[in-house]
Design a protein around this ligand. Sequence first.
Ligand SMILES: Cc1cc2nc3c(=O)[nH]c(=O)nc-3n(C[C@H](O)[C@H](O)[C@H](O)COP(=O)(O)OP(=O)(O)OC[C@H]3O[C@@H](n4cnc5c(N)ncnc54)[C@H](O)[C@@H]3O)c2cc1C
Length: 455
Amino acid sequence: MHPTSTTVTLIGAGLNGPLLATSLVKRGFRVEIYERRPDMRLVPVNAGRSINLALSTRGIHALAEAGLWDAMSQIVIPMKGRMMHSVTGELTFQPYGKDDAEVIYSISRAALNMALMNAAEAKGASIHFQRRCMGLDVKTGLVRLRHEETAEETTIQSEVVIGCDGSASAIRAEMLKLNRFNFSQKYLDYGYKELTIPAGPGGKHLLDKHALHIWPRGSYMLIALPNIDGTFACILFLPFEGPDSFAELATPSDLVEFFRSRFPDALPLMPLVSENYFANPTGFMVTIKCSPWHVEGRCLLLGDAAHAIVPFFGQGLNCGFEDCTRFLEILDRHGAEWKLVFKQFEESRRINTDAIADMAIENFFEMRDRVADPRFLFRKKVELALEAKYPQLFVPKYAMVTFHRIPYSVALARGVVQDRILAELCDPIDRVEDLDWTRADQLIRSQLSPLEQAS
Ligand SMILES: Cc1cc2nc3c(=O)[nH]c(=O)nc-3n(C[C@H](O)[C@H](O)[C@H](O)COP(=O)(O)OP(=O)(O)OC[C@H]3O[C@@H](n4cnc5c(N)ncnc54)[C@H](O)[C@@H]3O)c2cc1C
């Protein structure tokens, strides 16, 4: 507990805001959250907000620290690997990890968001809905708010403001006006559309529910994640323009024909594919990097507001939750010395959020086209064989990011070394049995230190 009456103002009751609020209230702070949307527990969730998320070790750790994982574990479905669907309907299963403990969890974004808001309120945080942050005076801490229904404008004074307001952060927009604020944003030429596979008779899942399903098609793909109600949340990733793009799918018959020829085994499972496609917005994907994340101990950016990444490593949320873990560790060390806490937080975190941003882009290409390549699948098998023999030295990059909490920057650097080793070992062979274990031993022992030393 911190002997302080400081009120911390959080902008945004998405995923990071309420999680952070829960832990701040526990530490004795008063927390007020301002959220521009209506309360999703009372009004239906907008299309595009119900996409599922893959939750993994970093996110689970943060939830457990906040005392929330036991409750959340009731609303997740473990996914043991990727199930690839070829155009001819063949299925290939590729496990994510070396055993059943190394799984990722599918969770509904809306269900998670509501559970986090309930938890924050139960602890004592206040959430003010339909209050859009219109700006912040970073010198005085005056926050301007507008009521989304009445358009009434108000101001509040806050000692500390944390922008958890996502990739289009209003707080970051304020910081952009300052001298020497670094900012970059890079959009993918790809967008995404949310679709659904309904539950079968008796609420049964129509596909294996313990897999993340992927229909990789070179320059585009469809994925599906299971929900506990028997449905699958699907995401269609397509280029905005050009062949096989959103621009080309202008009518229901274009769409059905596209699915019939590209995803023939998925189409019969999606009776509402046209309705979903034309009703739901097309989302975009952006990588945002900026610095500094804080101004004078007065305001801080956290989560997507500080570092939005593309979704292909399933880490945006996990990374944001890890921000919360790190922030609270530093806060516990220094107390409400905000300037110092914010500075140390950014210093320890930005190198890692930059690393996961780069790995997420790289994974886009892996999921989109390489998962269907037999040589890639062979390398994955060799990776698992090497990990089985050298569990502390050779851990696949996917596993380092997803099942460990070693810094992302370390995972990135070790991944580069491991890729070089894998290329040398795999290029001359086609079967795991033919692996040159003597050479593998030399390369691994000389080039990789034990994993725990790296963390
Ligand atoms: C298609 C897709 C799939 C994804 N899949 C995964 C995945 O599998 N695993 C994973 O870990 N991550 C995934 N992510 C990333 C994840 O969704 C984000 O990293 C996460 O939502 C970030 O949380 P946040 O709280 O920082 O921002 P958000 O969840 O975006 O929340 C921000 C909140 O702030 C509010 N807000 C915005 N502006 C204002 C304002 N001016 N005033 C008041 N309130 C405001 C918003 O309404 C919102 O509620 C995915 C993202 C996408 C787009």
